[in-house]
Design a protein around this ligand. Structure first.
Ligand code: DAT
Ligand code: MG
Length: 151
């Protein structure tokens, strides 16, 4: 499996509800490697760029208001098949359809308060990480446990 990168956002509801550590912890425990991390408030402009594919959707104004309403935790993760692994760990977009054991299935009820973002493809991961992090904010590193997680 090739090493992929994904952007993960703990959305404002996740930070407000004190779930940031728990959400990132699930991904860390899975074996995904954290290579960038910060707390920011998303501006309107950044929100529009991040969700460019949704700007014309009827739910976009509410989505933008939600995403800019408070601090978010911004993380970049790396690992074999990281994009799909993170999407699976997040669960379906609508939390009522998300399975047990997923973040959204365990902690959320509504699509407009679904706690977490993860890139939906390797290409989106590249684009979104470049949007949220400058190159010098990313720190690829050799983890002593890598050989116990990757073959
Ligand atoms: P995901 O976050 O699972 O990648 P998405 O990219 O389709 O889902 O949508 C981005 C966010 O927009 C999603 O996390 C919540 C919101 N959203 C999507 N569909 C929606 C809908 N039908 N009504 C309200 N909000 C929606
Ligand atoms: Mg998406």
């Amino acid at each position: 499996m090739t090493i992929e990168r994904s952007l993960v956002l703990v959305k404002p509801d996740g930070v407000q509800r004190g779930l940031s550590g728990r959400i990132l912890g699930r991904l860390e425990e899975r074996g995904l490697k954290l290579i960038g991390l910060k707390l920011i408030r998303i501006s309107d402009a950044l929100g529009r760029q991040h969700y460019a594919e949704h700007v014309d959707k009827p739910f976009f104004p509410g989505l933008l208001a939600y995403m800019t309403s408070g601090p978010v935790v911004v993380a970049a993760f790396e690992g074999p098949g990281a994009v799909g692994a993170i999407r699976n760990a997040m669960g379906a977009t609508n939390p009522l359809e998300a399975g047990p054991g997923t973040v959204r299935g365990d902690y959320a009820l509504e699509v407009g308060r679904n706690l977490v973002h993860g890139s939906d493809s390797v290409e989106s991961g590249r684009r979104e990480i470049a949007l949220f992090f400058s190159e010098d904010e990313l720190l690829p590193w050799d983890r002593d446990t890598d050989r116990w997680i990757y073959e």
